[in-house]
Design a protein around this ligand. Sequence first.
Ligand SMILES: [Zn+2]
Length: 584
Amino acid sequence: MNFEENAELKELIRKTALLNAIKHDGKAQLGPVIGKVIGEKPELKTKAKELSALVGQIISEVNSLPLNQQKSIIEEKWPEALMKEKVEEEKRLPPLPNVEKYSQVVTRFSPNPDCVLHLGSARAIILCYEYARMYKGKFILRFEDTDPKLKRPIPEFYNRIREDLAWLGCKPDEEYIQSDRISIYYEHAERLLKDGNAYVCTCQSELFKKRILASQPCNCRDLSSEEHMQRWRRMLNGGYKEGEAVLRVKTDLNHPNPAVRDWPALRIIDSEKYPHPRVGSKYRVWPLYNFACGIDDHLMGVTHIIRGKEHLTNMVRQEYMYRHFGWKYPEAIHYGRLKITGAYLSKSKIVQGIREGLYKGWDDPRLATFAALRRRGITPEAIKKMIVDVGPKTSDVVLSWENLYAYNRKILDPVADRYFFVHNPVELTVKQIPRVFVAKLPLHPEKPERGFREYVVKPKGDDGLAAFWISKRDVSLSKIGGILRLMELFNIKIEEVNSFSVEASFVSESYEEARKVKAPLIHWIPVGEDMPCQVVMPDATLAEGIAESACKKLKPNTIIQFERFGFVRIDKVDAKLIAYYTHK
Ligand SMILES: [Zn+2]
């Protein structure tokens, strides 16, 4: 087919480029446009090179137009395409409830910086971020760091969490840190005390528990609000020690769930003993989770709280406080549990394992932290796609590593270049090679435009010898007398196998002949065109071997595919190549 004269194809490309341009501030992008066109006309897949040239040409025409002109062309010629595009984009997640009641949708992600983030947080982050984007709203990051004793924040994690969000492509529009907001919590505590909606309880916890289980008020509850204000000041100025007084929010003492009844809102922490890493010993009265979170959600204008269903009881607790203040509780969406089998998701286990030296760091490949996933070459796009597909449904979902790998593979496969890595290398000597061979190995089998690696095999001596590295595992594919094909090179016959070396002779060149005898295709590296390579596997073991010399020019962070081995992320390029295994 002649591309240049195919008016229908040109029109399709023009439409696709214009739609892409108006999504990207007037600048269409080559890759996505080619992808869309091939999606509609899969037969063009084999003509990628010509197609790419034509698309490039049309894109430069389209990109030279101002954005408003691009829009008006689409509106005039393909109004239905514009509609379709809109529907596709918004269909990805089910709509949020009652959006029309609010001038702007505001969501928040509120981690405690006592651990790095891991896959278990992905759902909260991605749903909150994506919904904020979907409604052109606001996404807030709020550090909930008000427990310097039991959930002690770690200074480095504030930044690590910011980096994780940036890596995920979920940059917040606003950021707050609760330990900067203590005076706000105090003001609200006082308002509750003055209005008789909270009290300072000095009961021993066992006694309080007994009363509350019987739906009975403790002796403190009905004292005057003046008395409680005095107790409050004693809490603040050190008149009570840790554990001697707690501020409680009044609820219905007959609430069916005893854990809801008169829940604790602020308590004393001996901050000389447990200084806060950001504000030191400045405060001794610290808000508990429901109090700080509830107040912040209102003050920060959060309209939609999207979180796990384990928070349902917290909502019931906080609703009492909202009624005391005369506030309206935000819309709350509670999704089910997302379990990823085989992933170490417990924060405490991660922290303990690091402390005991079981894991090498926060990015140890055995962990499901974002840092580890990043190092292994799991893309944020794959995580995002998986979470958006699961959505905010209330039923529990079980996923496996394989599910995540499948999403990731779909993203990597078209973009990752191919190279040879010989695991457990064995030296192969091939004799009777009749002439010089030049192997041209494409960087990507479906994308010749990416280029290739070239290795010259020059036989030496009267015997026509050449030496290669092949993998020990591949040696076992063939017995003495068996035929193997060195990929994109020639076919050989195995003659002798020792522990560290194999001898073979040249048989023929064509792939057809290898196919006829069903010869296994194996990869190879010419001796002298190699560099040592170490692949860190997901279980933290090391796969030692040899990579082809073309890998010397790879940049760290590139994700490639070692043929017949798996995808890897290049970690370090030095005298030795260090890579992290992604997946098959
Ligand atoms: Zn009491």
